[in-house]
Write a protein that binds this ligand. Structure first.
Ligand SMILES: *[C@@H]1O[C@H](CO)[C@@H](O)[C@H](O)[C@H]1NC(C)=O
Length: 181
């Protein structure tokens, strides 16, 4: 058999198995992992706004960014802003999971609000991804933006740390959910 044919053959034999073995778990920004109970940890706590904070008692004016609750996962989000020179500790969201793939979904907000996004993704202590994007123009929101994905992780336990604004630029981010397989 010529090599590419045998490759295709092996793929077609294997893919039904790999597909049936992979199960996606969705972890909302504000709810524990339905499988393990692990929650996403936010640090420093005071640098993060939640949907409840932004739309709760003190009213929608508390936060500039007001994503549509009917579009985001579970009606919730976490947002933070990194100001260079003012924030001396990294602003992070950390999640521990066991699996071979991870996907991070965010919301982007128009420049009218808070501006550009600059995130660094650190897996098991190694920076392996960046997401830098200028804010969409006007007051538009972009939902379900896949900011980071890696589907070739070695099986086992992993820690994903998202750093907001680690490169010294002002950065605004909204985390909606994490999916892992
Ligand atoms: C898991 O989710 C990712 C991203 O949403 C998707 O690309 C992938 O096909 C999904 N895998 C399974 C097994 O459903």
């Amino acid at each position: 058999m010529i090599p590419w044919l045998s490759f295709l053959f092996a793929q077609s034999l294997l893919s039904p198995f790999t597909q049936s073995l992979a199960i996606n778990y969705t972890v909302d920004d504000s709810a524990p992992d339905p499988r393990t109970g692990n929650s996403i940890l936010y640090s420093p706590d005071t640098e993060w706004n939640t949907a409840t904070l932004c739309q709760g008692g003190s009213g929608p004016t508390k936060c500039l960014a007001q994503p549509d609750k009917t579009v985001v996962s579970d009606g919730t989000w976490h947002d933070s802003t990194f100001f260079p020179g003012m924030d001396n500790v990294p602003i992070t969201a950390t999640f521990r999971f066991e699996g071979t793939a991870i996907y991070v979904y965010c919301v982007l907000v128009g420049e009218f609000f808070l501006g550009d996004t600059d995130m660094t993704f650190v897996l098991d202590g190694q920076a392996i991804g960046h997401f830098t994007e200028e804010a969409p123009s006007g007051a538009d929101y972009e939902y379900n933006v896949l900011a980071f994905s890696d589907s070739s992780l070695p099986p086992g336990s992993h820690e994903l740390k998202i750093l907001n604004g680690a490169n010294g630029e002002k950065s605004f981010m909204i985390l909606d959910r994490i999916v892992y397989s």
